[in-house]
Design a protein around this ligand. Structure first.
Ligand code: UGA
Length: 461
């Protein structure tokens, strides 16, 4: 069903790019993934996914065997592709919080130097500040006018990357305008570029034919709207989480229960129940950096006031971490020095080994800096955690982590932790005290097993 002759290149094979490359070859396309990091390209070529993502490695191996999928460091290998997906990272700049565009610009420069073929399409997927696509379109108009540009943001979630890529809930196609040369004055006399918009849309529809055939809606937009959909979606999700965490703060002083509150709210279909999980708040490589970059960009273009609330969303989110540290110190009797703290969870969320801006490790390291002896266990993120936080201690399992602990902190909601039998841990710890930073353990089970169970935003009876 798919136009298999299309050749695709994916530039940048991090989380997004590697997943996209593998899934595109699964759909039957010839795909080459290009990365400046030789180690990444080598590992992927050998059938190893350099991060934890359920189902992805099996799909990688299967498609490497077909010969349809390859990884390289050479942009020359991408030059004859019909469609180039731009999937490089846009990390937070430490100075301003704005997005660092070094990798985006470097990738476009390298692609242009390799000589992309006439009529090929560059498709931006990276999360970028509004205005980037117009800028890149101007760059192409000057240096490679025969190459088209589209903006097609990506909404995949870590842990569900394959599912979200093969069966996305929506597609957004940011298309160029026929009568625009994107600021390149010496081309405007060439007039309207008849059929450009249709051509670009048709190529995107061919690439996504399988999803479209199964009913995935495609929203067609201009460049700026397509760029904004991505950051608006993440800003909304972050706001939803901080909203329920703000309610959690109120619940704590009002003696109310945020879980019951959220459950009652969720029956209102206008509100819905997803992303109303109160707890330690959001982390990861996307939500925190995206809301900061969005604010920075809005301020630059004169809409700073409109996004001032995102400052508060960020503040509420970080205050959950402080609150967890303070509650732990309080339950330790007022000081952390010399006390043993067991931390269950290191990844920023379950089913991931990603520790970027992980709330769990932030809390663990803050307690360590306050003098506690902190031992961490996570089912997948130990190697990454130990690399970034070498001063924390690491245990091989839950029992080893909690041995002699004065307090246990549950900070990433892995299913494994939900299944712990609390009575088996009671005799291992020095004091059976637990803070459930994710509100996913069963308070009754822990209390019945003799534990002092504390949660965020819930009465601690
Ligand atoms: C997020 C978005 O959900 C994706 O749609 C988007 O494509 C991606 O960012 C991106 O921009 O690349 P992801 O970072 O994988 O995906 O993680 P989420 O599942 O959104 O979780 C983010 C954080 O929010 C986690 O730390 C999680 O623990 C926290 N969270 C989530 C809560 O605290 N409460 C909730 O109810 C839900």
């Amino acid at each position: 069903p798919v136009t298999a002759p299309l050749r695709i290149s994916v530039i940048g094979t991090g989380y997004l790019g590697a997943t996209h490359a593998i899934c595109m070859s699964e759909l039957g396309f010839d795909v080459v993934g290009v990365d400046v990091d030789p180690d990444k390209a080598r590992r992927l070529s050998e059938g190893e996914v350099p991060f934890f993502e359920p189902g992805l490695e099996a799909l990688l191996r299967k498609n490497l065997e077909t010969g349809r999928l390859a990884f390289t460091t050479s942009f020359a290998d991408a030059a004859d592709a019909d469609v180039h997906f731009l999937c490089v990272g846009t990390p937070q700049r430490p100075d301003s919080g704005a997005a660092d565009m070094t990798y985006v610009d470097g990738a476009v420069e390298a692609l242009l130097a390799a000589g992309p073929k006439a009529g090929s399409l560059l498709v931006g997927k990276s999360t970028v500040p509004a205005g980037t696509a117009v800028r890149l379109a101007g760059w192409l108009a000057r240096e490679a006018p025969e190459v088209d540009l589209a903006w097609n943001p990506e909404f995949l979630r870590e842990g569900f990357a394959v599912e979200d890529t093969l069966r996305p809930d929506r597609l957004v196609f940011g298309l160029p305008a026929d009568d625009e040369w994107y600021g390149v004055a010496d081309r405007t006399d060439l007039g309207v570029q008849t059929g450009r918009r249709e051509r670009v849309e048709a190529t995107l529809r061919a690439v996504y034919a399988t999803a479209l055939a199964s009913g995935t809606p495609a929203v067609v937009a201009d460049f700026a709207t397509a760029e904004l959909v991505k950051v608006a979606a993440n800003a909304f999700l972050a706001t939803k989480i901080s909203f329920i965490n703000a309610m959690s703060e109120v619940c704590e002083v009002a003696g109310a229960d945020v879980k019951t509150l959220a459950s009652a709210l969720s029956y209102d279909t206008r509100i819905g129940g997803r992303f109303l999980g109160a707890g330690l708040g959001f982390g990861g490589g996307c939500l925190p950096k995206d809301i900061r970059a969005f604010q920075a960009r809005a301020a630059e273009i004169g809409a700073g006031d409109a996004l001032r609330f995102l400052d508060e969303v960020d503040t509420v989110n970080l205050r959950r971490r402080t609150r967890t540290v303070e509650l732990a110190i309080h339950l330790l009797g007022g000081g952390a020095a010399g006390r043993r703290v067991a931390v269950l969870g290191a990844a920023f969320k379950p089913n991931s080994d990603d520790i970027r801006d992980s709330p769990a490790l932030d809390v663990a390291d803050t307690l360590r800096r306050s003098g506690a002896r902190v031992t961490v266990y996570d089912p997948a993120a130990m190697v990454n955690a130990a690399r970034k936080f070498p001063d924390l201690r690491y245990a091989a399992g839950v029992s080893e982590a909690v041995a002699d602990a004065d307090i246990v902190l549950h900070l990433t909601e892995w299913a494994d932790f939900r299944e712990i039998e609390p009575s088996l841990l009671t005799s291992l710890v020095r004091r059976p005290v637990i803070i459930d930073g994710r509100n996913t353990l069963d308070p009754q089970r822990w209390r019945d097993a003799g534990w002092i169970y504390h949660a965020l935003g819930r009465p601690n009876v």
